[in-house]
Structures are given as structure tokens and as C-alpha cells.
Design a protein around this ligand. Structure first.
Ligand code: ATP
Ligand code: MG
Length: 390
């Protein structure tokens, strides 16, 4: 018999009429994520999703790593199946959890019996297994109140399962339950974190990157694609739309007052992202803006940046310090790629004195004097769509 994975669902989302939709979406997402790793069956019983390999060819460590990042479950455990008798259960516990037992200062056993034909009840199972484990591992104390390690036994229809402490999993809501959003993905630290945070709330992502070749290099584009691939560990396959931005940046440089370079550029980005996003079913725009971090991220500048859009703009890291954002970037493994030193299009035509309080009226006048709509249309039409996967 092969090990299986148990994914526990958070309790809040399981209440009410959404439970079914939630579980079905999650099962689909899980199946999709591990399809390339092996042949697994995915089913749910009582707030637990079971992922069971159908042959012994599947890479269980790789599956664990993939499942750990699926949004929805709060924890994941790998469990060892065995015959439904106490000798077999004891042997499985020693074999599977021996190292954990030796490392822990204290332990207890918790049992669940869904097969009521099993001759012992759950208390008896815990007592019996607890006694035998205490004898086998004399240096590990029994502590039923606050144990370092809990050994779980579940007696189910076809087998008994033994497992140890669960590992925290993705949390949040299953991808797709929260709609779809267009993430403006730069090569920086903040926007991948912003994307991760929205995806965790169930939002499917499409990435949009503005690329100013030759002012920004092919390697800068590769870096962004790599960031998207890292995000795919959480979201599964994604599309990255690479928007040619050179002509627009040159038009801004040639036709706009320098203090307005950044704000006009950001408005172009938002409008283009909106047009591409709408075509692809996105219901919001997502950016990595954080209040006060740079001149274009003051309250006034963001009001002008987002003015006139149809889609709402979500900025999930708006209230976070750089340090807090970096902590998440490290956790989701995007930090090391984000800090690679390739230039971003924003850094190419940076004004010496950007406006922190741009005037909307002036902004509109500047835009009216250039072919704003034409440039947006052309950029959207020439966007390259690249599919990325983990
Ligand atoms: P980040 O670390 O995400 O690059 P930042 O602090 O450098 O953010 P800005 O460069 O002002 O801030 O960009 C703010 C937001 O605008 C980014 O978080 C991102 O969502 C979007 N953005 C900036 N440059 C690009 C780009 N070249 N392509 C796509 N989106 C971009
Ligand atoms: Mg940036």
C-alpha cells in the first residue's frame, strides 16, 4: 500500500451553501496541479481531501511540494496506510514516525475510528498504541495536554492510516473562487508578492509586463518570466502578456513635461493592462504599489494613476513596509530573482523631480496633446502572450 496525502480544510469556508463549490473547485485545482507528477485519485470526506497515488511511479516528495502550495487547505500530512490490526499499526508508526518520535520531547496518540466494526474504540486504540510507543521510545515522554508530536491513527474502511504533525499548507481560498485579475508584474520585489496575496484569496492571475527593448534587455524580460514561473508554483500555469512599451516611453520623453513622465507612463500601463485584461476576462487590476514608497505612490499620484479606469485597482501591499513585503517575497521564493540587477522600464526615463502631487487637469491636458488612445491600441495589438508553467 502506498502513502497518501490528507489535506485539511479551514472551517470557516466550509460553512454554508458555498461548501460544495469550494470543495469541487479545490479538487479540480489539486488534480490539475499534480497531473504531471503522477497518477493520483483526489476525493473528499469530512473536511479532508485525500490524494491517493494509483501506482508506485509517482514522485511523492514532488507531489508534497506541489500540494503544499495549493490555496484552500490549511494543512497537509503524508500518511502511511497499513492493515487494520494493532500489530500492523504499531509497526507502521515505528517505521514511518520513528525519527520524529526520537526527535520529540513528548508525544501523544490521537485516534479516529470511522469503521465501527473495528473491535476497539478510539480511546482504547490511543491507549494501546501510546503504551507500546512509550515502551519502544523510552526517552520520549507521554504528554496528553501539550505534546510536541501527535501520532494520529485513523481506522477507515479499507485500511488504517498513521501520520504525524501536519505541515501548514497554502491557506486562503481555492484559485478561481475569487475571480480573475490582471497583475502588473515588474521585475521588482513588490508585484510578485501582490500577485501571491491576491491568488491566495482565490484570484486567478494573468500577468502583464511592460517591456522597453532595447532600453531594457532580453535578460530583464527573462527575469520577469522567471518570476512568473515561480508564482506558478502557487497558481499553476499562467499567461504572461509582454507589452511593447518602447514607443510609448519615447513619446512620453519627447512630448511630456519631465515632472509628468512617471505619472503619464503609469496611466498608460493601467489603461493597457485594463484593455488586455478585459479581453481575457479579468475583473480587476493588481499592482505592487505601497503607500509612500516612491513619488508615484503617494495618495495623490495613485488617484491620478487610477483615474478613469473601468476596472478596480487592487493594491494588496498598500499598507505594508518594505521589510514585511520582503519577508513574504522570501517565503514564496521570489526575492532572490527580484533582486537580480536588471534594469526595469521605470528606471529608464526617470525624471529628476517627479511630481508627488500631480494635477489631474494638467495630466489630462498633456495626454490630450498626444495620441494616447492610438498608442494604447497599438501596444495592445502588438502584445506577445507567453504561457508559463512551474
Ligand atoms: P515593484 O517592486 O513591484 O517593481 P516598485 O516599488 O518598483 O514595485 P514601481 O516601479 O513604481 O514600484 O511600480 C509600481 C507597480 O507598477 C509595480 O508594483 C507593478 O505592479 C507595476 N509596474 C511597474 N513597472 C512595471 C512593468 N515594467 N511591467 C508591469 N508592471 C509594472
Ligand atoms: Mg519596479
Amino acid at each position: 500500500m502506498q502513502d497518501i496525502f490528507l489535506l485539511k480544510l479551514g472551517e470557516v469556508v466550509l460553512k454554508g451553501a458555498n461548501r460544495h463549490a469550494f470543495e469541487n473547485k479545490l479538487k479540480t485545482n489539486i488534480s490539475r496541479r499534480i497531473r504531471s507528477i503522477g497518477n493520483f485519485e483526489v476525493y473528499s470526506r469530512q473536511s479532508t481531501i485525500y490524494v491517493e497515488p494509483k501506482d508506485d511511479l509517482s514522485d511523492m516528495d514532488e507531489a508534497f511540494e506541489a500540494l503544499r502550495r495549493v490555496f484552500g487547505p490549511v494543512s497537509i500530512t503524508r500518511a502511511r496506510p497499513c492493515e487494520k490490526d494493532m500489530d500492523a499499526i504499531f509497526a507502521a508508526a515505528v517505521d514511518f514516525l520513528g525519527d520524529d518520535m526520537r526527535a520529540a520531547k513528548s508525544f501523544k496518540v490521537e485516534s479516529k475510528r470511522s469503521d465501527k466494526r473495528f473491535p476497539m474504540n478510539s480511546i482504547q486504540i490511543s491507549q494501546e498504541l501510546g503504551g507500546r510507543l512509550a515502551e519502544e521510545f523510552p526517552d520520549t515522554a507521554v504528554d496528553v495536554h501539550n505534546p510536541e508530536l501527535t501520532v494520529y491513527v485513523e481506522i477507515r474502511d479499507y485500511a488504517a492510516y498513521v501520520h504525524g504533525n501536519p505541515t501548514p499548507a497554502g491557506g486562503g481560498l481555492p484559485l478561481g473562487m475569487g475571480g480573475r485579475g490582471a497583475l502588473l508584474l515588474s521585475g521588482g520585489i513588490d508585484s510578485p508578492v501582490a500577485g501571491y496575496m491576491m491568488a491566495k484569496r482565490g484570484v486567478e492571475l494573468e500577468c502583464i509586463h511592460f517591456f522597453s527593448y532595447p532600453y531594457t534587455s532580453q535578460r530583464a524580460k527573462e527575469k520577469v518570466l522567471e518570476l512568473a514561473r515561480l508564482l506558478c508554483m502557487y497558481t499553476g500555469r499562467m499567461t504572461v502578456c509582454v507589452v511593447p512599451f518602447t514607443k510609448i516611453q519615447e513619446a512620453i520623453r519627447d512630448q511630456c513635461p519631465e515632472a509628468y513622465f512617471t505619472i503619464i507612463m503609469r496611466r498608460f500601463m493601467m489603461r493597457i493592462a485594463q484593455e488586455i485584461g478585459k479581453e481575457d476576462g479579468c475583473q480587476c487590476l493588481i499592482t505592487g504599489e505601497s503607500l509612500g514608497q516612491v513619488a508615484s505612490q503617494t495618495m495623490e499620484a495613485m488617484a491620478v494613476t487610477g483615474e478613469g479606469l473601468e476596472l478596480p485597482v487592487f493594491r494588496p501591499v498598500i499598507g505594508m513596509d518594505k521589510e514585511e513585503i520582503v519577508k513574504i517575497a522570501r517565503k514564496i521564493n521570489t526575492f532572490d530573482t527580484s533582486v537580480l540587477p536588471y534594469e526595469d522600464c521605470c528606471t529608464v526615463f526617470t525624471p529628476r523631480h517627479p511630481k508627488t502631487k500631480p494635477s489631474l487637469q494638467e495630466t489630462r491636458e498633456i495626454e490630450a496633446a498626444m495620441d494616447f488612445e492610438g498608442l494604447v491600441k497599438e501596444a495592445v495589438a502588438n502584445t506577445e502572450k507567453i504561457s508559463v508553467r512551474p
